[in-house]
Design a protein around this ligand. Structure first.
Ligand code: GDG
Length: 468
């Protein structure tokens, strides 16, 4: 078995038991690394005055990590700039928020080259290399330029946008061409895969065969859809564990016989929080008989606070939540509990379980793990109802959720009413089917599937590698 090298913007291995407090991705990638005695490489999250490429090595619970610090200009141009002000909005169909600055693009290229330079001495020729997400798309090309003939795969966690949107990026062709340095390129959904194929058909005049193989400048790339999942077993255990039960009991006490609806999202404009609040407001306006009987708990830990569009969404949600509570609250009831902080994962599991409705309404999302976590955490005897945006990648799999258009406050309001009235038998039937789907393609399935496809790529013989 080859050694696995994972390269991502940030490195977050799962260590020890974790008490159900580590995200599924960290748990799965750590398991993958343990199995192959591999290495996880990325940015430490720290700033240094001048970039040196000095590597900080750590090992905990059988997982080896190697991290580098970046300088302020790198963080501005690569992370806050090209990654989060150009690619993130554009790939979430928010061209109105995308900034196209040459400095950002230059910083992105520079940091990808720096990643390649610093990781190169750590690589052996038989290593299987797995690069993650939009921060590092050109890294495969940078490694090829440094003569690495290894099998290299790339997985995109966010959506791939339609061709007509992508062409508004000045360097779209170069960015896409750089993906042809990989052997396997994985997307979350069929929809993203098809959008990518559309681009290579339309802009590059290449043909992708029925197995997802496409050749560019003599190099074959395998395109796949490989949906990420959650760590079903661990999260199920966490949701039945002590911390979850204690949190659930506290929530039940504080709910005071009111039915709870829950939303959990990073504070990000792609998550459709404003639209969710408007949908809930519509529900409250249309159903005065429900006043005092329900409340929405929205957990929204702030993220990317250095970027203006994130400061703006935060302040507009402050206004909107204030308006809704001002309009509908009375002395004994607050309809919206809007909380700008995070909770430990096992407590989150207890909150999901205490909620009759999981409200997940992103305007666009690569997958959305919250939808899957909500399903896993439910009590099989008395499960809640998942309301899910059609525009989350998870909607391709979770067909037994109540699927809605998040741009429509009426659809959100109607779905809330339908979920509240849903008979137990229907709740159980829908949940059973969702649970089976979520747990049959969990996060362990996902990494095994991706690495299986990558390992199946024929390794070039030493002479081919030398020619290539
Ligand atoms: C990207 C893609 C794709 C949230 N609040 C708390 C907390 N969380 C955890 C959730 C969940 C995770 O964060 C969020 O995952 P999502 O999938 O919902 O969204 P992104 O962060 O945007 O992730 C997405 C994902 O990558 C994986 O490929 O699904 O489409 O955008 O696990 O539970 N965790 C804790 N406290 C919180 O308050 N502990």
């Amino acid at each position: 078995m080859s050694r696995l090298i994972i390269i991502s913007n940030r490195v977050s291995p799962a260590t020890g038991e974790g008490g159900g407090n580590q995200g599924g991705l960290a748990v799965a990638l750590s398991a993958a690394l343990r199995e192959s005695n591999g290495l996880w490489f990325g940015w430490s999250g720290e700033e240094t005055e001048t970039f040196t490429g000095a590597i900080n090595f750590q090992r905990a619970d059988g997982v080896a990590t190697a991290t580098i610090d970046l300088e302020a200009q790198d963080i501005d141009e690569y992370y806050n700039g090209f990654a989060n002000q150009t690619l993130w909005p554009l790939f979430h169909y928010r061209i109105d928020l995308a900034e196209f600055e040459r400095g950002f693009a230059g910083g992105y290229e520079r940091v990808n080259a720096r990643f390649a330079d610093t990781v190169s001495p750590l690589l052996d020729k038989d290593d299987l290399i797995w690069v993650h997400d939009y921060h590092l798309m050109p890294l495969g090309r940078e490694l090829r330029r440094r003569d690495f003939a290894n099998r290299i795969g790339f997985f995109l966690h966010i959506p791939w946008p339609p061709m007509r949107l992508l062409v508004s990026l000045p360097s779209h062709r170069e960015l896409v061409e750089s993906l042809f340095s990989y052997d396997v390129v994985g997307f979350q959904t069929r929809d993203s895969l098809e959008a990518f194929i559309d681009y290579v058909n339309g802009q590059m005049e290449l043909t992708v065969d029925a197995d997802g193989m496409v050749e560019f400048q003599g190099h074959k790339v395998h395109l796949i859809a490989c949906p990420i999942g959650v760590d079903c077993e661990q999260f199920r255990r966490a949701s039945e564990g002590e911390a979850a039960a204690a949190m659930r009991a506290r929530m039940t006490a504080s709910a005071n016989d009111r039915t709870m609806i829950i939303g959990v999202d990073r504070l990000d404009y792609s998550k459709g929080l404003a639209e969710r609040f408007l949908g809930y407001e519509r529900f409250l306006s249309a159903r005065p008989e429900m006043h005092g009987k329900v409340f929405l708990l929205q957990i929204a830990p702030p993220s990317r606070g250095d970027v203006t569009s994130y400061q703006e969404i935060r302040s507009s949600l402050d206004n909107l939540s204030g308006r809704i509570n001002g309009e509908f609250s009375d002395a004994e009831w607050v309809p919206l509990r809007y909380v700008n902080r995070g909770y430990p994962r096992d407590e989150l599991a207890g909150m999901y379980r205490a909620a009759r409705i999981g409200l997940v309404t992103p305007l666009r999302d690569g997958m959305n793990l919250v939808a899957k976590e909500y399903v896993v955490a439910q009590d099989a005897e008395d499960p809640g109802v998942l309301i899910l945006s059609r525009f989350a990648g998870a909607a391709e799999q979770l067909l037994d959720a109540l699927l809605i258009n998040p741009h429509s406050p009426e659809e959100i309001a109607d779905a809330i009413a339908q979920a509240l009235a849903m008979p137990l038998a229907e709740r159980r039937r829908r949940w059973q089917s969702l649970f089976e789907t979520v747990c049959s393609q969990d996060v362990m399935w996902w990494w095994r599937e991706f690495t299986r496809v990558l390992e199946a790529v024929p390794q070039p013989s030493p002479s081919e590698a030398a020619e290539g």
